[in-house]
Design a protein around this ligand. Structure first.
Ligand SMILES: C[S@@+](CC[C@H](N)C(=O)[O-])C[C@H]1O[C@@H](n2cnc3c(N)ncnc32)[C@H](O)[C@@H]1O
Length: 309
């Protein structure tokens, strides 16, 4: 009995340590994302930042070329944020599973619409998310949005968190693939396939075009010549936050990604980010030429709609 208790305690300590370490690296990326969305002018992101009240990581004093990095990342994040909202609304999904989106301004908006939204995140992010909901969520958002803690590679956790969805769901996942090991990523897609088979619906993501897409966002603002530098600087910045190297080449080749999805019982079609010209908050900070470039970008097929085979 004593031996069993000692083993249990040891297992618990390991889980706790792993979770703490995982949060440490991701908490920062979650916060940086809010920093960019706030810089784009998203009011909900500003509210989250105000409430969590932590020092802003990156600014002109500690990052070379801060202005260009900030504007590019702010645009990239707002495009993702707004494209997912548009997709859900256009297709009128009543159920939204926002996975690994950290503290989610998007969930507030979609919950406010009256849609049921589950935000799937790590435990610590969920605790802060619940607190933010209580503090500044509207009545509708509080009623419809829930943070649920599970690891993306944990099938039971994912299925359990989705069990109250009735009917088709739109799963949103953005920007987490590069942080997962190949095994964890494969398991995440297996779990998503099972969920889509059970409920119907789709997963939307731009993870499989992330590298080209981000490059094109930088080019829309500062021209083709500058885009590789801005990409490299942004990658270095995230590696600093993450405190490790980021492998951003895996599954960035379209055929390779389609084959990967097929082996996991999934199929993708590519659709434009927006079906009509978007109205973005960040436009107030852009020149007319930059806005024109962004509008052209908005019609490109960076969004993958993935369904179960
Ligand atoms: C870089 S952020 C991605 C944020 C957002 N999706 C975006 O568009 O930028 C990564 C988020 O994924 C969460 N995350 C990372 N690994 C995870 C895992 N194995 N299971 C669940 N969530 C995870 C982190 O807590 C973090 O908020």
């Amino acid at each position: 009995m004593k031996k069993f208790l000692a083993m249990l305690l040891f297992a618990l300590m390991l889980t706790t340590t792993a979770r703490a370490a995982e949060f440490e690296m991701v908490e920062y990326s979650a916060q940086v994302k809010l920093q960019w969305l706030a810089a784009a002018g998203i009011p909900e992101a500003k509210k989250f930042l105000k409430l969590i009240n932590r020092p802003v990581f990156f600014n002109a004093d500690n990052l070379n070329d801060f202005k260009r990095i900030e504007l590019t990342n702010a645009l990239y994040q707002e495009l993702n944020y707004a494209a997912a909202i548009e997709y859900v609304r256009k297709n009128d999904y009543h159920n939204v599973f926002d996975m690994a989106c950290s503290l989610s301004p998007r969930a507030m908006i979609l919950g406010e619409d009256g849609r049921k939204v589950v935000v799937g995140e790590l435990q610590t992010v969920c605790l802060i998310g619940d607190w933010c909901l209580e503090e500044f969520g509207s009545k509708n958002a509080i009623k419809n949005v829930e943070y649920k803690a599970f690891w993306l590679q944990d099938k039971q956790g994912m299925m359990e968190s989705a069990k109250n969805f009735k009917g088709e769901i739109c799963i949103i996942e953005q920007g987490v693939s590069i942080y997962l090991t190949k095994d964890a990523l494969a398991q995440m897609f297996e779990n998503i396939r099972d969920l889509l088979k059970k409920n119907g619906g789709c997963l939307i993501t731009s993870d499989f075009t992330q590298k080209k897409y981000f490059h094109d966002v930088a080019a829309a603002l500062y021209g083709e010549n500058q885009a590789p530098t801005i990409y490299a600087e942004t990658k270095a910045m995230y590696e600093k936050v993450y405190d490790d190297k980021i492998s951003d080449d895996y599954l960035q080749n379209e055929q390779e990604a389609m084959d990967f999805l097929k082996t996991h019982g999934l199929i993708a079609r590519k659709v434009p980010l927006f079906t009509s010209t978007p109205k973005l908050n960040i436009y107030s900070k852009l020149t007319p030429e930059q806005i024109q470039n962004v509008n052209a970008l908005a019609r490109k097929n960076y969004l993958w709609v993935i369904t179960a085979l």
